[in-house]
Design a protein around this ligand. Sequence first.
Ligand code: NAD
Length: 263
Amino acid sequence: MQTITLSNGVQMPAIGYGVYKISNGEMPRCLREALECGYRLIDTAQWYDNEEGVGKVVAECHVPRSELFITTKLQSGLRVADRIDESLRRLRVDYVDLLLIHWPMGNDAATWHSMESAYGCGKVRAIGLSNFYGDDLEKVLRQAEVMPHVIQQELHPFRQQNELVMRYRQMHIVPQAWSPLACGRQNIFSNPVLTRIGKAHHKTAAQVALRFLVQSGICPIPKSVHKERMTENIDIFDFLLSGEELAAIRALDLGHGLFGWYD
Ligand code: NAD
């Protein structure tokens, strides 16, 4: 698995497996298949209500803990230290690899300081933000003693946020893409530009979209419950998009999000 090095030296897989909307019941089959396909980064959240399902697979699978990269997310608020411990218990681990604030809530600087403490005592190996823009982002950055290692947000060919991504790069923050396949919107899987480029490389539109992100230094976390699609989505490390192809995909940017929130 290709990895990307975070600013603190931690190695993060260049692609991950998102588990939003996978229930605790479905999790064993889906996550075992994802691990068989080669995924090592698992992206969950307290809000997804499926950390127990992830924990069961993590405890029973044959992949050593050190080879897994587990991300979870919490919401800002009180009892952050307790809620981190609750996630660790549900996930059946003694550390998570990445902990994110899921979305801004106004009291995020205090939450960030609690996360810095958890980072300091080894309960989390990296910390970051998700869906933070404008003032919400600046407030955390101004007060942070540990700068975010990763920022996760909506990123795909139709929502590229180039200026922000460039700024993260200058700050040594790794951008991570949620809904990297636009959750199927805008007919992404039959988009003429992605399909044409895919044909030239014997790849699908989905693979071109994911390759575009990886080649731009952005880590996608696609989700699928179908093993053949999990296999397809991770099979993107054996081809290179040309400058011309990258430019054609850059032109697909709509300049706004597709999900009606955090624009
Ligand atoms: P996605 O862009 O990964 O699209 C997933 C959907 O696309 C699947 O449900 C499936 O129907 C389809 N699909 C996947 N691979 C395909 C393929 N090769 N061919 C055809 N169809 C395919 O969208 P997502 O699930 O919304 O996002 C992925 C992950 O990102 C989530 O599971 C979650 O972990 C994370 N996420 C985080 C936030 C956040 O606020 N931080 C928000 C949304 C999602």
